[in-house]
Design a protein. Structure first.
Length: 313
C-alpha cells in the first residue's frame, strides 16, 4: 500500500511539474506542417561561385528579396506556415497563418515565433465587406510585414470625418492615333497636391504616358514623367521614368508561355553614379520559377533556387 501511495504521489508531482513547465513553453505543434498543406516550396539563395559566377557557391542569409525559407501552401495557394532558415537548414523564424475564410484568403491572425523571444500575434479585424480595418500588432518578417492599424470608432458625442484623397479630372482631350489625354488634379489630406497628365491608347486601354508635379503648400516636392511600352499581348515591355534624381529604365522579356524570364533596370542619375540590375528566371512545367540570377552593375550578385514538393490530398 505504501508503494502504491508513493507511486501516486510521484505521479501527481510529475504531472504538476509538467503542467507548470508547459505554461512557460511555446506551443511548437502549431509550427509543424499543417494538415491542409498541398505544396511545399523551398527557397535557397547562393552567392556565385568564385571559380564560375554562373554556378552556385555558398548559401547565405541576407538576400532581402529572396531569403532562405520554406513555405507550406494550401489548395487555394494561401501560406499556412513559413519558416526562415539559416544556410544549414535550421529555422530561425516561424510564421503561422490562420484564416477566417481560406477560400478568399482572409487572415484571422498571424503568429510569429523567433526563439528565444515570446511569440507575437497580429490579429485582423474586418468590416462587413471583408476589408481589413484593424491589425492588433505590427509583425516584421524577413520579406514582409504586417503593419498595426488602429480601429477608429466614432462615439455618440463626437463623429470623426475622414476626408479621402480626391481626384478631379479637369479636361479630357482627344489626340491623334486614337489616343486620349486626361489632365487631373489630386488633393490629399496631408496638403499635398498633384497636377498631372495621363495619355491612354483607346484601342488597348493602356496608359502610354504619365507626367506630374507634386506640391506641398505651393512648393514643388517631386516632378516626374513616365512613358510605357507593351508587348503585342498587352504585357509591360518597357518603362522610362524621368524625375529629379535622373532617368530610370525598366525592361521586361517573356517566354512563349508568357512567363517573365528577364528583367533589367538601369539608371542614369544626375550625380553620374550609374546603377544597373537584371534578373533572369527559369521555370518548371507548371509555370513556377525555379531559378533566378541577379546581376548588379555587371556582376552576378545572387543565384536563387526554388524546389517544389506536391502532396496528394
Amino acid at each position: 500500500m505504501k508503494n502504491f501511495k508513493l507511486f501516486c504521489t510521484v505521479a501527481l508531482l510529475a504531472a504538476f511539474t509538467a503542467l507548470v513547465a508547459g505554461c512557460g513553453k511555446v506551443n511548437m505543434k502549431q509550427f509543424k506542417q499543417p494538415k491542409e498543406t498541398v505544396k511545399i516550396i523551398t527557397t535557397t539563395s547562393f552567392r556565385p561561385s568564385a571559380e564560375n559566377p554562373a554556378e552556385c557557391g555558398e548559401p547565405y542569409d541576407d538576400n532581402d528579396l529572396y531569403p532562405n525559407k520554406t513555405e507550406y501552401l494550401d489548395s487555394y495557394g494561401n501560406p499556412m506556415l513559413e519558416t526562415w532558415n539559416h544556410p544549414a537548414g535550421e529555422p530561425y523564424i516561424y510564421a503561422r497563418y490562420y484564416y477566417s475564410n481560406r477560400t478568399y484568403g482572409q487572415l484571422e491572425k498571424v503568429v510569429k515565433y523567433q526563439p528565444p523571444m515570446k511569440p507575437q500575434t497580429a490579429r485582423f479585424t474586418r468590416d462587413e465587406t471583408g476589408a481589413v480595418i484593424g491589425v492588433s500588432e505590427t509583425l516584421v518578417l524577413p520579406d514582409k510585414f504586417f503593419e498595426k492599424k488602429e480601429i477608429e470608432r466614432p462615439t455618440l458625442k463626437e463623429e470623426k470625418t475622414v476626408t479621402e484623397t480626391k481626384e478631379t479630372v479637369e479636361e479630357k482631350t482627344p489626340l491623334e492615333e486614337n489616343q486620349v489625354q486626361i489632365d487631373y488634379k489630386t488633393t490629399r489630406t496631408d496638403s499635398v497636391v498633384e497636377l498631372g497628365t495621363k495619355v491612354y491608347d483607346q484601342n488597348t486601354g493602356k496608359l502610354t504616358q504619365h507626367s506630374g508635379i507634386e506640391y506641398d503648400k505651393a512648393e514643388v516636392v517631386y516632378a516626374f514623367g513616365k512613358t510605357y511600352e507593351y508587348t503585342p499581348d498587352g504585357k509591360v515591355k518597357r518603362i522610362v521614368n524621368r524625375d529629379n534624381t535622373g532617368t530610370g529604365f525598366y525592361t521586361w522579356e517573356y517566354d512563349d508561355h508568357g512567363n517573365w524570364v528577364d528583367y533589367k533596370y538601369w539608371k542614369e542619375p544626375d550625380d553620374g553614379k550609374a546603377y544597373s540590375q537584371s534578373k533572369a528566371y527559369e521555370y518548371n512545367e507548371n509555370g513556377e520559377w525555379t531559378r533566378c540570377v541577379t546581376t548588379t552593375n555587371g556582376e552576378v550578385e545572387a543565384i536563387v533556387l526554388r524546389t517544389f514538393e506536391y502532396l496528394d490530398k
